[in-house]
Design a protein around this ligand. Structure first.
Ligand code: HEM
Length: 399
């Protein structure tokens, strides 16, 4: 696969996989927002990018002109890939598919999972707390949501490395390489087919069985394909996203000692700070396919193109968030869009918030002093989900 040409004109030729975007997209979005609320690139077979909160909101709520049948911007656009309901569903099939997923993710259900998540965090910290340094992405942040969702689904927590490999192939390598994407989706489907077959013989009380026992609006069981699609979605939606959210929060605290000291002194501020980390370092950018001609914030939009639906750019819009590029851990008004807007708003937001809170709380309790390791590289993921994939930290007080 040849490397795409570097961007020289962000307004007319942006590329969300350009290394400068991956490293630090914020000044790019500021530049674009100042010029036009919706820009376009011919790359990736034609993509619009809304950069204001208003334009992102307009598109999110407009399911007539914008479809979710494709939710990742890629170099190829074959027939829509295997569905993963409800994220790839449009009305009217979206609502019933979403309702099936809601009960396991209520605040009450999430509270029950909290002790396991706290235990996971402490088991992970035990393994490196005596070392002078750690790659927190490899040894901490990535394992928390992976083990939590495996626990909920009733699959072995040790299969986590496999899930992370598939997600990397689907969300990052798959942007440029269809074969890698299709293989990963196939492997994941085969894995869940085996899990479903096992439960047909020996039913369990985990999330896979819950989905297998669910009924659609006409009282019929879901097809195996529907259950598999939703399971693939939960794994993909639940891991990379929260891994990124925890990682960006730790990264911020590693380089901002005043915020770290304040959160240690005032732990009751942590939920507010987590909302600010979610706003400022929003992990998830989704996509839509333009189905019919329309306008957004006065800009013409043509079918045949995709939309890069940047909730992260919306969250940096100074028209809605004063000092949008500053991280203010006690920000009062913070109706951010990190979990999406409109009918596809995140099913797992309670779980994600709990995991982020517990992960940072346990870390600060046991490792109050830490900073970025200047001798090793930090690395951000590319594409749909943004977060640290290498996060080298020095542990303990500076000498
Ligand atoms: C910090 C962590 C997370 C962030 C930032 C996040 C963000 C998002 C966003 C922006 C959407 C909207 C997608 C769209 O408009 O197309 C979404 C949807 C979704 N998320 Fe999350 N998510 C997170 C964690 C989770 C977790 C832990 C789960 C479950 C295990 C989850 C499950 C889902 C599902 C099932 C949908 C699809 C909802 C629908 O289509 O109606 N997410 N998420």
């Amino acid at each position: 696969m040849s490397n795409p040409a570097p961007v020289t004109d962000w307004v007319h030729d942006f590329d969300h996989t350009d290394p400068r975007w991956t490293d630090n997209p914020f000044p790019i979005w500021d530049e674009l927002r100042a010029k036009c609320p919706v820009v376009h690139t011919d790359r990736f077979l034609g993509v619009y990018l809304p950069t204001t909160y208003e334009a992102v909101k307009e598109i999110s709520y407009d399911t007539e002109h914008f479809s979710s049948r494709r939710v990742v911007v890629r170099n190829v656009r074959p027939e829509p890939p295997q569905p993963a309901p409800p994220i790839t569903s449009d009305p009217p099939t979206h609502k019933p598919a979403k309702q099936i997923l809601l009960p396991p993710f209520t605040p009450d259900a999430t509270v029950k999972l909290e002790p396991r998540v706290r235990a996971i965090c402490n088991e992970l910290i035990d393994a490196f707390i005596d070392q002078p340094s750690v790659d927190a992405a490899a040894h901490y942040t990535k394992h928390i949501p992976t083990r939590a969702i495996a626990h909920m689904l009733g699959i072995p927590e040790k299969d986590g490395d496999l899930f992370i490999k598939w997600i990397h192939e689907i969300l990052e390598l798959g942007i440029h390489d269809d074969a890698v994407l299709m293989r990963a989706v196939g492997d994941m489907t085969a894995y869940f087919a085996e899990q479903i077959e096992a439960r047909k013989i020996h039913p369990t009380d985990d999330l896979i069985s819950t989905l297998m026992n669910a009924r659609d609006k006409d009282g019929r069981p879901l097809s195996d394909e529907h259950v598999q699609g939703s399971l693939r979605l939960l794994l993909i939606a639940g891991i990379d996203t929260t891994w990124s959210g925890i990682g960006s929060s730790l990264w911020h605290l590693a380089k901002t000692p005043t915020d770290r000291e304040r959160l240690i002194a005032e732990p009751e501020l942590l939920p507010t700070a987590i909302e600010e980390f979610l706003r400022a370092y929003s992990p998830v950018t989704m996509a839509r396919e333009v189905m019919k001609e329309t306008t957004v914030s006065g800009c013409p939009i043509k079918p045949g193109n995709m939309v890069l639906l940047s909730f992260p750019a919306a969250n940096r819009d100074p028209a809605v968030f004063p000092d949008a590029d500053k991280v203010i851990i006690d920000r009062k008004e913070n109706r951010h869009a990190a979990f999406g807007l409109g009918i596809h708003r995140c099913v797992g937001s309670n779980l994600a918030r709990m995991e982020m809170l517990v992960a940072i709380e346990e870390w600060l309790k046991r490792i109050p002093d830490f900073r970025l390791d200047p001798s090793r590289d930090m690395k951000w993921s590319e594409g749909t989900v943004r977060g640290p994939r290498q996060l080298p930290l020095l542990l303990g007080k500076a000498a």
